[in-house]
Design a protein around this ligand. Structure first.
Ligand SMILES: [Ca+2]
Ligand SMILES: [Ca+2]
Length: 534
């Protein structure tokens, strides 16, 4: 079913339808036993306490800082939002992520069969407003984006990018995307002064390929920004067909990864000048390398001058696809390494390592040769090396058939999921969900239903790798302060108590060493005081 969805997206033509302050994060010593990395500055997130994009920020690094650590225990569920103010059931869009500002969580849900934007109070779980939107094309699970400066939340819905007022849900503007929008999540800039922009790619198969759409989001200024909010400033043809091509932005440049045509034309990564007022040519274009024609079905991240992306290859096993590292300035390939198929965005996790959420379960009679896993890679500068695969490295072939069967390995991650890296001194942790296996009819569109916090400095299978686990939610999380927000089968869940509702930290009795979880919980709860309502 899932393969059909992507294949149909790629092969068969579909009817065209309708600046914040810079702070520095000092990378701590490599904890993995490899060579110690030099201390280097990173441009970091402009504001704690908000999560404005898929992958948190416009550069989509999926990084939660020590000041935004997430919940102490994944089982500390503060609330589950499952009905609107009228008591109508909310059917949240399955694998999609959510975004969070200081007041609300923004998500997408069906209400009585109609697609809606939904805003939920982040402290109480009450639904503040709902706004009907055009239906998602091909069950798109795009994540919205928040334009903090203009107080709007942007939804990629059917064939338009739609901006809603964060306070009321009223439509502020709608920009035509010239074709359908499928699984691509919008990005919005905050560092272009009077001329900030939002970007989205449309869905394009065969001919014509998809397009990158540039939309003005700032107020009209005759001299500095002669566009109304919602005006399309330009749209540029991409070099290859697109499906799920989430744009990423960093330092004036927009990056897009495209799918190509299955097995015949490689996908590509392209960079465009985000400040252009005329239709720009690509600053550079690089095709996915290798003899097998690989394609990108998700986004990329930009970190320390490099672009990381990963392909989804339709055939083969845990190493059928490619993780690539590209020089963001020149577009030159630095290295590529075999990885498991995914549309997830690779996550630089410190110590010169990159984590990727990958794979899927067999569906009914179809075994795609891939299993859900987190793969961790080491960036050696000129080449990349797979350090471990959480499925393969926890596998006990109990029935001795040479296959990774259910129950024989730890199942975490999935191709349609964006984990979150939680970094603090001496710690490299990952919040990661597990792709659903509960509905064999349409698992592609189901919410993930397990969430774990794992320690990337421990080998999978070794004691302490899984620090904590919870069931009931698990789709792409957003983390602010001491809370984690994630969609699950029952609704939108907040893990992490609100303010004074947090229980006192447990006190180790001294009879046994304090567990890592207990230590984390004690520190998080101590650190978390006063975060809510900042
Ligand atoms: Ca602006
Ligand atoms: Ca087996």
């Amino acid at each position: 079913m899932r393969e059909f969805v992507l294949l149909s997206c790629v092969i068969w033509a579909c009817v065209p339808l309708a600046g914040g302050s810079v702070v520095f994060d000092v990378e701590e010593e490599n904890q993995s036993g490899g060579p110690t990395d030099t201390v280097r500055p990173e441009i970091l997130l402009p504001a704690p306490g908000v999560w404005t994009h898929l992958g948190r920020e416009a550069d989509r690094r999926s990084l939660a800082l020590a000041s935004d650590p997430g919940p102490a225990w994944l089982g500390d569920v503060a609330w589950v939002a499952d009905t609107d103010a009228l008591g109508r059931e909310l059917e949240f869009v399955g694998p999609g992520g959510v975004v969070v500002d200081k007041r609300r969580v923004y998500a997408s849900a069906g209400i009585e069969g109609a697609f809606h934007a939904v805003a939920v109070d982040r402290e109480t779980g009450d639904v503040d407003w709902t706004t009907p939107l055009p239906p998602p094309a091909y069950n798109s699970w795009a994540t919205p984006a928040i334009d903090l400066k203009n107080a709007t939340v942007l939804y990629a819905a059917f064939d338009a990018l739609i901006a809603l007022d964060v306070e009321t849900g009223a439509q502020v503007w709608s920009a035509p995307a010239q074709s359908l929008l499928v699984n691509a999540s919008p990005v919005v800039t905050t560092d272009l002064g009077p001329a900030d922009r939002a970007f989205i790619t449309n869905f394009g198969v065969l001919t014509p390929p998809g397009r990158l759409i540039c939309v003005n989001v700032d107020p009209y200024d005759a001299a500095l920004n002669p566009y109304q909010p919602g005006d399309v400033v330009w749209s540029a043809a991409l070099s290859q067909p697109t499906s799920g091509a989430t744009p990423t932005y960093s330092s004036g440049v927009v990056y897009v990864a495209t799918a190509g045509v299955l097995q015949s034309t490689a996908g590509a990564i392209q960079a465009f000048d985000a400040t252009s007022t005329g239709t720009p040519s690509a600053l550079w274009t690089i095709s996915a390398p290798g003899p097998v024609k690989q394609g990108f079905f998700g986004g990329v991240t930009v970190s320390e001058g490099f672009v990381f992306g990963a392909t989804y290859e339709f055939y083969g096993d845990q190493l059928s696809s490619l993780l690539v590292k590209i020089n963001a300035q020149t577009g030159q390939l630095v290295w590529s390494a075999p990885c498991n198929r995914t549309s997830s965005i690779p996550i630089p996790v410190g110590g010169g390592r990159i984590a990727v959420s990958t794979g899927l379960f067999p569906e009914g009679e179809d075994d795609f040769g891939s299993r859900p896993s987190v793969q961790l890679f080491k960036d050696h500068g000129s080449f990349g090396e797979l350090l471990w695969d959480s499925a393969v490295d926890t596998w006990d072939d109990a029935n001795e058939n040479g296959e990774l069967d259910p129950g024989e390995y730890l199942a975490i991650g999935g191709w349609s999921h964006q984990p979150v890296h939680r970094r603090a001194t001496g710690e490299h942790l990952l919040y990661v969900g597990t792709i659903s296996k509960n509905d064999p009819q349409s698992p592609t569109f189901q919410a993930y239903d397990e969430m774990r916090l794992v320690d990337l400095d421990v080998l999978p299978g070794a004691p302490g790798f899984v620090i904590d686990a919870a069931t009931g939610y698990g789709s792409t999380p957003a983390i602010v302060s001491n809370a984690l927000f994630s969609v699950g089968p029952e609704g939108l869940t907040r893990a992490g108590f609100v303010g004074s509702a947090a229980p006192a930290a447990g006190t180790p009795d001294g009879s046994s060493p304090e567990s890592k979880l207990e230590a984390l919980r004690r520190r998080y709860l101590g650190d978390a005081a006063g975060w809510e309502g900042e």
